[in-house]
Design a protein around this ligand. Structure first.
Ligand SMILES: NC(=O)c1ccc[n+]([C@@H]2O[C@H](COP(=O)([O-])OP(=O)(O)OC[C@H]3O[C@@H](n4cnc5c(N)ncnc54)[C@H](OP(=O)(O)O)[C@@H]3O)[C@@H](O)[C@H]2O)c1
Length: 301
């Protein structure tokens, strides 16, 4: 029903807008808003909230009046995000310095959030790191364990401690995976593997939970953040890929979670890579090799 509302709405706004159309669009927008979850007064826990997508997710939820529990390792950054989120409209914000790669930190984060607010409605598993190197150049495979512990296990542990509370509230998990989970990107083998594992983990949980806990799996393409600077540009040669603004991405994610979507591919044009993966994976692999390996090594010779 929501999909047909949205399609109808898109068709209407594509037409020349006379007053009748404008009125109908307004009615449909109101209908749409009625079907969307309102998060005012609800409790949202976000990992990786000290910068980038997590920071802007905090602001987006704050604008909608949600109470926030924020986690990351950099305490002073969390303090600044918490202050701004309160100014933007959140009734109450707490922050808990947390290293999601440590099980005990994940448990403490969820417990502190629930002890403080008495409930948990959304858990946003967003914390993540990237490592950029050709697999053959990775001297110590054990160095990559930190990446898996953060991107995959960090989300698994936070989810495990949050489940009883989310069951009570019939809440939602928002899992920030990546387009890298299906689109093979050279120099990011472990990052891609961690995101593919995450997507598969959430899909399996969805089958286990039924309608008890909602799950929105988000697969962003390139988004402006600390992660998409530095090595991402210089080593991964991703400079020609257009990055979406962090604010737009965060708004799309919260809209999607509130609509109760199962998946969000953001920005939407990156869906083409999913189609290519299904219909002609060889073409996608050839392009990845040509654009990120062959072309760049020719340039440096
Ligand atoms: N930017 C993109 O193009 C893009 C594309 C697809 C998916 N993503 C995903 O989006 C998510 C957010 O990344 P971003 O782009 O916003 O990058 P970012 O600005 O680097 O943010 C990463 C966040 O994760 C936190 N973090 C890292 N390790 C942590 C740990 N061990 N414990 C707790 N928090 C930790 C960081 O905070 P501290 O350093 O303070 O701990 C920071 O708040 C990641 O999962 C990433 O994989 C990003």
């Amino acid at each position: 029903m929501l999909i047909s509302f949205r399609l109808l709405q898109q068709n209407l706004s594509n037409q020349n807008s006379d007053t009748g159309t404008a009125r109908l669009t307004a009615i449909l927008e109101t209908e749409l808003a009625l079907f969307c979850e309102r998060v005012a007064g609800k409790v949202v826990a976000i990992t990786g909230a000290s910068s980038g997508i997590g920071e802007y997710l905090a602001y987006e939820y704050a604008r909608r009046g949600a109470c926030l529990a924020l986690a990351a390792r950099r305490e002073e950054r969390l303090q600044a995000v918490a202050d701004k989120a309160q100014l933007l409209g959140s009734p109450d914000v707490i922050f808990i310095p947390t290293d999601v790669s440590k099980v005990e930190d994940c448990e403490r984060f969820i417990n502190k959030a629930v002890n403080h607010f008495g409930q948990l409605d959304h858990l946003v598993n967003n914390a993540g790191i990237i490592r950029i190197d050709m697999f053959e150049d990775c001297k110590q495979i054990s160095d990559l364990v930190t990446l898996m512990n953060t991107n995959f296990w960090g989300s698994v542990h936070a989810t495990r401690f949050a489940i009883p509370h989310l069951r009570k509230s019939k809440g939602r998990i928002v899992g920030i995976s990546s387009i890298a989970g299906w689109c093979s990107l050279p120099r990011m083998s472990f990052y891609c593997a961690s995101k593919a594992a995450l997507t598969s983990f959430y899909e399996t949980l969805r089958a286990e939970f039924g309608s008890d806990i909602g799950i929105t799996i988000v697969t962003p393409g390139a988004v402006e953040s600390e992660m998409s600077q530095g090595d991402f540009i210089t080593k991964a040669k991703m400079d020609f890929v257009p990055a979406e603004s962090t604010e737009m991405c965060a708004k799309a994610i919260v809209d999607s979670a509130c609509r109760g979507d199962r998946f969000l591919v953001e920005p939407s044009w990156t869906r083409i890579t999913f189609l290519l993966k299904v219909l002609c994976p060889e073409l996608l692999e050839w392009h990845s090799h040509w654009a990120f390996v062959a072309k760049t090594s020719k340039k440096s010779n």
